[in-house]
Write a protein that binds this ligand. Structure first.
Ligand code: 5RP
Length: 235
């Protein structure tokens, strides 16, 4: 799939998601390249007067910078008890609507914000659909820097192959918005994602992992059909 086709799928699905937001809503703003388009399209709708009085809860520094750029008023979790909708991307989606997230190292805040929404709407291109979680993407685990060694040992004991995530444009490890590190853990098989999600989070020093089980309500998928971008909802 060409880069341009992937961009078209992301834009199509982002537009469809932004069109579902209604005036007055409190909206969780996800992190990543797909949600960057969602934030841009929400800003467009506000500017055109199609939408008014929405507030965004950003899931990351990136989301907050983009929201400010596109004129979306922001609130924090000190200001609201729940959200009407959260729109976020994913790295993998299985047929039961369970996810792996954290490709942008933002899964800790994302899980908090996405879980507080009446509706958690996931926006992905068709390359993210997998028959089983773990098929293509490791499970990102945010870890306190002090605990990287013992958490690494514990993840190996669970059958995983953890690797410290390194920066692409920076020497040294990726540091999350909370000042922690990320271990990307490849598992040969994830027979029970719900159990693995809880087991990993029980390791002392783990802050949060990128398995999102039973959190997503709606999955919108951008795809290319007969050369044209199209959006469908997972049944
Ligand atoms: O979980 C995430 C960030 O932590 C992203 O939502 C996920 O990585 C998908 O990103 P993109 O839309 O760029 O493919």
């Amino acid at each position: 799939m060409s880069e341009d086709a992937v961009k078209q799928m992301k834009q199509a699905v982002a537009k469809a998601a932004a069109d579902r937001v209604q005036s007055g809503m409190i909206v969780g703003l996800g992190t990543g390249s797909t949600t960057a388009f969602v934030i841009q399209f929400l800003g467009d709708r506000l500017r055109k007067g199609e939408l008014s009085h929405i507030s965004g809860v950003p899931t990351s520094f990136q989301a907050s910078v983009l929201a400010k750029k596109y004129g979306i008023p922001l609130v924090t979790l000190d200001d609201v008890e729940k959200l009407d909708i959260a729109i976020d991307g994913a790295d993998e989606v299985d047929p039961a609507k369970n996810l792996i997230k954290g490709g942008g190292a933002a899964h800790t805040r994302e899980k908090i914000v996405d879980s507080l929404a009446d509706q958690f709407l996931v926006v992905v291109d068709s390359s993210k659909l997998v028959p089983k979680l773990g098929a293509t993407f490791p499970v990102p685990v945010e870890v306190l820097p002090f605990a990287v060694a013992p958490v690494t040992h514990a993840l190996k004991a669970l059958g995983g192959q953890p690797e410290l995530r390194m920066g692409v444009k920076k020497d040294g490890p990726v540091v999350t918005d909370q000042g922690n590190l990320v271990l990307d853990v490849k598992f040969e098989d994830i027979p029970n994602p719900a159990e693995l999600e809880k087991t990993i989070n029980n390791i002392p020093g783990v802050v949060e992992n990128g398995l999102f089980v039973n959190v997503a309500d709606v999955i919108l998928i951008g795809e290319i059909v007969d050369g044209q971008p199209r959006v469908r909802e997972m049944g």
